[in-house]
Design a protein around this ligand. Structure first.
Ligand SMILES: [Zn+2]
Length: 326
């Protein structure tokens, strides 16, 4: 199957380290759903949700309140979410209704959350989700003053009301369209069940699950690497997969502060088969290998881990991608 660069047509040439590259299949009518999760993280449900998303090669956008993520997660945990291909945006520091605040107070509240997130991720968030959908007086200042775009939604199943799962699925069906943005909350047990059903149903129909376009710029390699110290687990991510020279290739980067010259081993599984060491990162921390190196099967779910050669023996996930049926 011929593949075309469809996400970023301007970059359809050779991939370069650290760039955002996406290859999509010929049927670029493949519908995309943007899952977003507000108000987390939850100590138990969020890690379970991350495993669930991995099992479908799905990526999502997270909007924790600054106060909650700063209290519950350290940089290591936050980086692990980013390495799996998800993104983190700003949802204010204390879940403020910005329509009740003066412009200056609202700006300060939102800016405080960006500073808090930067301490965990290494970069300022590029997208903002307003609590209660209320932006107040600062709509025009989000971009110029805070460097963020506004992230809305097109489907709000209100699962905090504890509706039956079937009702949520019917509602989503009624709101179905390519590029739909679904608002959910990763602090609820019910949400896991909804997402499990949703991923199964829509994956089988050929939908893919991507982060919100306005949040794409986050997670640049240099800024994430800058907050790492010796002994920290490696960070990185899969950046692209696609067809080149008749094979399906997987590309990305991974960085271990204890291996500044590269050489970090990468473990790969294809569709649940035995893991294989696919190779090591290059001197520039980039990796690139044909999936056929790992498995004769080049469709299904491909997952990549960094194998930590450092002090603690972590094996952080670099996420999963669902390769199209060949
Ligand atoms: Zn919220």
């Amino acid at each position: 199957m011929a593949l075309v660069a469809a996400l970023l047509p301007a970059m359809s040439g050779e991939p370069a380290g650290g760039s955002e590259i996406g290859w999509l299949s010929d049927e670029d009518s493949t519908p995309v759903m943007h899952l977003s999760f507000d108000d987390g993280p939850h100590w138990l449900f969020t890690p379970m949700l991350l495993d669930l998303l991995d099992s479908y090669g799905a990526r999502a956008s997270f909007f924790p309140t600054g106060e909650t993520i700063a209290a519950r997660w350290d940089p290591e945990t936050t980086q692990a979410l980013l390495s799996r291909g998800h993104t983190v945006g700003n949802h204010t520091w204390v879940h403020s209704d910005l329509s009740t605040l003066s412009a200056d107070s609202a700006l300060a509240e939102v800016a405080r959350a960006s500073v808090g997130l930067e301490a965990l991720t290494g970069f300022k968030p590029s997208c903002f989700r307003a609590p209660y959908g209320e932006v107040g007086q600062i709509r025009a200042r989000l971009g110029p003053d805070l460097g963020m775009s506004l992230a809305g939604w097109t489907a709000d199943p209100q699962e905090w009301r504890d509706p039956p799962i079937q009702e949520v699925l019917s509602y989503l069906q009624s709101r179905e369209r390519d590029g739909m943005v679904v608002l959910l909350h990763d602090r609820k047990w019910l949400t896991l069940h909804i997402v499990e059903r949703l991923l199964a149903i829509y994956s089988s129909r050929g939908w893919t699950f991507e982060v919100l376009p306005g949040c794409h710029a986050t997670g640049a390699r240099d800024s994430r690497v800058a907050i790492l110290e010796s002994g920290d687990p490696p960070v990185g991510r899969i950046e692209a997969f696609g067809e080149r020279d008749g094979s399906t290739w997987l590309e990305g980067w991974a960085f271990d502060a204890d291996l500044p010259g590269g050489g970090l081993p990468l473990r790969v599984t294809v569709s649940g088969q035995e893991p294989v060491i696919a190779g090591r990162t290059a001197e520039d921390h980039h990796f690139s290998f044909p999936v056929s190196l790992v498995s004769a099967r080049v469709s299904g779910l491909v997952c990549v881990w960094a194998v930590d050669a450092g002090q603690q023996g972590h094996d952080p996930s670099l996420g999963c991608r669902r390769l199209p049926a060949g």
